[in-house]
Design a protein around this ligand. Structure first.
Ligand code: NAD
Length: 250
C-alpha cells in the first residue's frame, strides 16, 4: 500500500532502522537508506531493497541538507540514527554529550524542517521518530541519551500540533531493549560503571527493566512503523508508542 511513496530511514544500515526499511519496502515504498558501514554490505542492502543510500553524517547539518536535496522529496521520514554513551555525569565526555544531542535530537529537527514543505503541499506525510523508553523515564549514567530522547518526544509533539490539519502525522516509537549493536556495545562500559559481570548486566540491568523478560525484536518496530503509515492511522499523531515489554508501565 506504499507504492509511489518514498521513505528515508536514517541509521538504516543496521539494527532497528534496517528492519523498518525492510518492512516499508515490503509494502512497496521506495527506500533511501542512510548510515555507516562496510561498503560491500551496504551495496548488498541497496540491491536487496532496490534502495539508494546516503552516507550523510547525521551530526553534520550541511551533509543533512545535501542528502535531503539529493534524495528528496520524502513522503515517509523515519528519524532513527542514534548512539549511546554510558558514563557518570561528572565524567561524561563533553564531545560525546554534543554528538549525542546532535545525532539523537538535532538531526531530526533538520530532516523534519526540510521534509515538511513537500508533505504539507501534497497533504500527506508520515514522520516517525525512533525515541526510546528513555524518552519517558531515566536510567543512571545516560545523561545525554535520556536528555536527547526526552527532547525528541517534545519535538515530535510540537511538530504534530503544527501539522495537525495538513494530513501529516508525527509520532515516536519508543522501544525498550532491542538486541542490536547499540545495546551490545554498551555492555563493557556498563560493566565498568556498575562493577558487574556481563551476565549481571544482561539480566539485572537490561532484562530486569522489561517485565516480558525478552528483548524486543527489530521486526516488531518495523511492523508498528508500517501501521503508522496506514490511512487508518491518520488520526494517530503526537503519540509516543511504547514497545518495551511493559518497562514504562511500572
Ligand atoms: P545500531 O547501532 O544497530 O544502528 C545505528 C544506525 O545509525 C547504524 O545504521 C549507524 O550506521 C547509524 N549511525 C550512527 N551514527 C550515525 C551518524 N553520525 N550519521 C548517520 N548514521 C549514523 O542501533 P539501533 O539499536 O538499531 O538504534 C537505532 C535507534 O533506536 C537509535 O535512535 C536508538 O537510540 C534507538 N533505540 C534503540 C534501542 C535498543 O535497545 N537497541 C532501544 C531504544 C531506542
Amino acid at each position: 500500500f506504499l507504492e509511489g511513496r518514498r521513505a528515508l530511514v536514517t541509521g538504516s544500515t543496521s539494527g532497528i532502522g534496517l528492519a523498518v526499511a525492510r518492512a516499508l519496502h515490503a509494502e512497496g515504498a521506495e527506500i533511501v537508506l542512510n548510515g555507516f558501514g562496510d561498503e560491500s554490505e551496504i551495496a548488498e542492502l541497496c540491491e536487496e531493497l532496490g534502495a539508494k543510500h546516503s552516507g550523510a553524517d547525521m551530526t553534520d547539518t550541511a551533509a543533512i541538507e545535501a542528502m535531503m536535496e539529493e534524495h528528496g522529496p520524502i513522503d515517509i521520514l523515519v528519524n532513527n540514527a542514534g548512539m549511546q554513551h554510558v558514563a557518570p555525569v561528572e565524567e561524561f565526555p563533553v564531545d560525546k554529550w554534543e554528538k549525542i544531542l546532535a545525532l539523537n535530537l538535532g538531526a531530526a529537527f533538520h530532516t523534519i524542517r526540510l521534509a515538511v514543505p513537500h508533505m504539507k503541499q501534497q497533504g500527506w506525510g508520515r514522520i516517525i521518530n525512533t525515541a526510546s523508553a528513555h524518552s519517558k523515564t531515566a536510567s543512571p549514567f545516560k545523561t545525554a541519551y535520556v536528555a536527547a530522547k526526552h527532547g525528541l518526544d517534545g519535538l515530535t509533539k510540537t511538530v504534530a500540533l503544527e501539522l495537525a490539519e495538513s494530513g501529516v502525522t508525527a509520532n515516536c516509537i519508543s522501544p525498550g531493549y532491542v538486541w542490536t549493536p547499540l545495546v551490545e556495545n554498551q555492555i563493557p562500559d556498563t560493566m565498568q560503571a556498575r562493577n558487574m559481570t556481563r551476565d549481571e548486566v544482561m539480566n539485572d540491568v537490561l532484562l530486569a527493566k522489561q517485565p516480558t523478560k525478552r528483548f524486543v525484536q527489530p521486526e516488531e518496530i518495523g511492523a508498528l512503523a508500517v501501521f503508522l503509515c496506514r490511512e487508518e492511522a491518520g488520526n494517530v499523531t503526537g503519540a509516543n508508542w511504547s514497545v518495551d515489554g511493559g518497562w514504562t508501565a511500572e
